[in-house]
Design a protein around this ligand. Structure first.
Ligand code: HEC
Ligand code: HEC
Ligand code: HEC
Ligand code: HEC
Ligand code: HEC
Length: 216
């Protein structure tokens, strides 16, 4: 015979307590960070890079695809920053005497990466994954803006929790065929919401909103 039978809600309470306990330290850390780090609010953050590399030139004018350089974006959580070799594929022959390319040539000779400065940077307690978005048809432009028109890359969106969750609740207006994710000029045929709904149904797209999706 069982002496204690926990009512159903007791389970739920334990879960909730677990969430609260787990999240409180995160919250405190975040609260302190929030106050002192300029990184959290900065739409428009545009650090000066060691080389004046222009996406507007290389993507907008020369027509390079994002994946030529950020070649892990479909397979991995992190979108790779290209090694110097990728630049030298062209710059061994193009603009070989340009002063702007001095750090690139030095990096190639010394075998040391160009010290690019990170533009987008979520706090460590938040988990993000590029492949989970890109292979499901969320385009780069939805989260990074018109990179093909940026002479210097800057942060286009807030990257706040509510920004993530707003789209997870209502992804339809931001869906496109996965083959078009790097195409900055793509527009939905007809009404983007209706079109997105169709894609969401076809591909079973249903972004989770439980805490453990992004805090693990
Ligand atoms: C020829 C190589 C190349 C191509 C093509 C390219 N990028 Fe980049 N990208 C870079 C380099 C190098 C950096 C680091 C320097 C900087 O931030 O400007 C970078 C930085 C970025 C960043 C900022 C990363 C950070 O630090 O947070 C984003 C976002 C980005 N690229 C998106 C794109 C998108 C979207 C496309 C296609 C529309 C694209 N890139 C095409 C080379 C490239
Ligand atoms: C597909 C070929 C190609 C690749 C790959 C490439 N570039 Fe370029 N880059 C060019 C061309 C073409 C120009 C423009 C030359 C001109 O205007 O005459 C240029 C111009 C530049 C300039 C301006 C030079 C000046 O003196 O005005 C910089 C800086 C530069 N690239 C950096 C990079 C970096 C950094 C990478 C690697 C992340 C890279 N490029 C990859 C083709 C390339
Ligand atoms: C759903 C939103 C979203 C989409 C879609 C997206 N990114 Fe990002 N990207 C982010 C976030 C958020 C970060 C910062 C990640 C971090 O700090 O952990 C980031 C960071 C980057 C970085 C810096 C390296 C890294 O992974 O931290 C590059 C480069 C980049 N993105 C390129 C791209 C390219 C190219 C595409 C399209 C093929 C793309 N992104 C699509 C949200 C997105
Ligand atoms: C513009 C829309 C959009 C934005 C903004 C966005 N997401 Fe997503 N996210 C999606 C879609 C769509 C999926 C794929 C859902 C599916 O496969 O059913 C997804 C999936 C994910 C997944 C994988 C979930 C799983 O278990 O398969 C993670 C993790 C995630 N998003 C984290 C984030 C974080 C963190 C942010 C903010 C920094 C963010 N997302 C911003 C639309 C978005
Ligand atoms: C789709 C992704 C996503 C989901 C789902 C999510 N979070 Fe977050 N959360 C984030 C991101 C990204 C940040 C960092 C925001 C920043 O840097 O401003 C964050 C920050 C936080 C913070 C720090 C303070 C703040 O508000 O910025 C707390 C606390 C938090 N999340 C708790 C939760 C809890 C509890 C849940 C479940 C109810 C949850 N999160 C669900 C993405 C998510």
């Amino acid at each position: 015979m069982k002496l204690f039978v926990f009512p159903r809600w007791a389970n739920k309470t334990r879960q909730l307590a677990g969430v609260a306990l787990g999240v409180t330290p995160v919250y405190l850390t975040a609260f302190i960070w929030y106050g002192f780090s300029p990184k959290t609010t900065d739409v428009g953050y545009m650090p000066e890079q060691p080389v004046p590399y222009s996406h507007a030139l290389h993507v907008g004018e020369l027509g390079l695809d994002c994946r030529y350089c950020h070649n892990t974006v479909e397979q991995a959580a992190v979108a790779a920053i290209p090694p110097t070799q990728t630049c030298m594929n062209c710059h061994e022959r193009v603009r070989t005497d340009s002063k702007k390319l001095l750090p690139v040539r030095a990096s190639f000779e010394n075998n040391q990466a160009v010290p690019w400065i990170k533009v987008h940077d979520l706090p460590d307690y938040a988990y993000f994954n590029h492949s989970a978005h890109v292979t499901r048809g969320v385009g780069c432009v939805s989260c990074h803006g018109r990179v093909d028109q940026m002479v210097e890359v800057y942060q286009h969106e807030p990257l706040s929790m509510s920004w993530c969750i707003d789209c997870h609740r209502n992804p339809e207006p931001n869906l496109r065929p996965p083959a078009e994710v790097t195409n900055m000029n793509w527009v939905a045929p007809g009404d983007p919401v209706e079109y997105g709904k169709k894609l969401a149904e076809q591909n079973n797209i249903d972004p989770p909103t439980d805490c453990s999706t992004c805090h693990r």
